[in-house]
Design a protein around this ligand. Structure first.
Ligand SMILES: *Cc1c(COP(=O)(O)O)cnc(C)c1O
Length: 231
């Protein structure tokens, strides 16, 4: 018998497939299962169904789960990252989604350099200009990317955003579309060390509009693991 968690997970996979089919979306979509505030046992449950990409938003939880869980998990760091905590996660992440300043990038570069590795990152863009959100402003994104691209131990792999918190799906879509256009413009600049392979947008409530606007990396928490208790 399968659990609610297993059912949720399989449902989400089915939904993604359906959206892809109905809209003739052909590219690969990476589903990041956002396991923040959920126990390692829940992660293991869907790991056993084949899921390998998991996202966490705090360094403390990230490190604890990294140590506890299988080493072939691809860990995504999706939360706001403080520079003084960078060293704890470097070498353990598949992708850091939340880089929005040169200062933070320099710290990541420094720690990656110590390990002689290259850290893959996304630039978080505050595309809807929401004063409550982290992320670089749209108008300053190219300039930031040019500066970060000069750092030898970092590779920029794309952009990330958090959808606008509104019921208005058309408005949500418009901002996702803006981010996709921005990534196309950046790709056209052909900056060394910069690819636009990943467009990380869409969460439980807005992954459908995100996929329709060209997202290829969606971050789903509640839709898989259920509501989070905020302690
Ligand atoms: C928590 C979180 C998610 C997942 O949110 P849900 O609404 O639970 O799917 C996605 N992205 C970021 C950056 C998050 O912090």
């Amino acid at each position: 018998m399968s659990s609610a968690l297993e059912n949720n997970y399989l449902n989400v996979l089915g939904q993604i497939k359906k959206i892809k089919n109905e809209n003739e979306i052909t590219g690969e979509i990476t589903l990041v299962a956002v396991s923040k505030k959920k126990p390692a046992g829940d992660i293991k449950t869907i790991y056993d169904l084949g899921q390998r990409d998991f996202g966490e938003n705090t360094v403390q939880e990230f490190v604890r789960k990294y140590d506890e869980l299988p080493k072939d998990i691809r860990w995504h760091f999706i939360g706001h990252l403080q520079t003084n905590k960078v060293k704890q996660i470097i070498g353990k992440t598949f992708l850091i989604h939340s880089v929005d300043s040169l200062h933070l990038a320099e710290e990541i570069n420094k720690e990656a350099g110590k390990q002689t590795i290259i850290a893959d990152i996304l630039i978080q863009v505050n595309i809807s200009d929401d004063e409550k959100k982290f992320g670089i402003d749209k108008d300053n994104t190219v300039d930031l990317i040019k500066k970060i691209s000069a750092l030898p131990h970092i590779r920029i792999c794309g952009l990330m955003t958090i959808g606008k918190n509104t019921e208005n799906i058309a408005e949500i879509r418009r901002y996702f579309s803006d981010l996709r256009k921005l990534s196309i413009d950046i790709k056209a600049l052909n900056i060394d060390n910069v690819s636009m392979d990943f467009l990380s947008m869409g969460m439980s409530s807005d992954y459908e509009p995100a996929l329709l606007e060209g997202s290829n990396m969606i971050r789903i928490g509640t839709g898989i693991f259920g509501d989070r208790a905020y302690l």
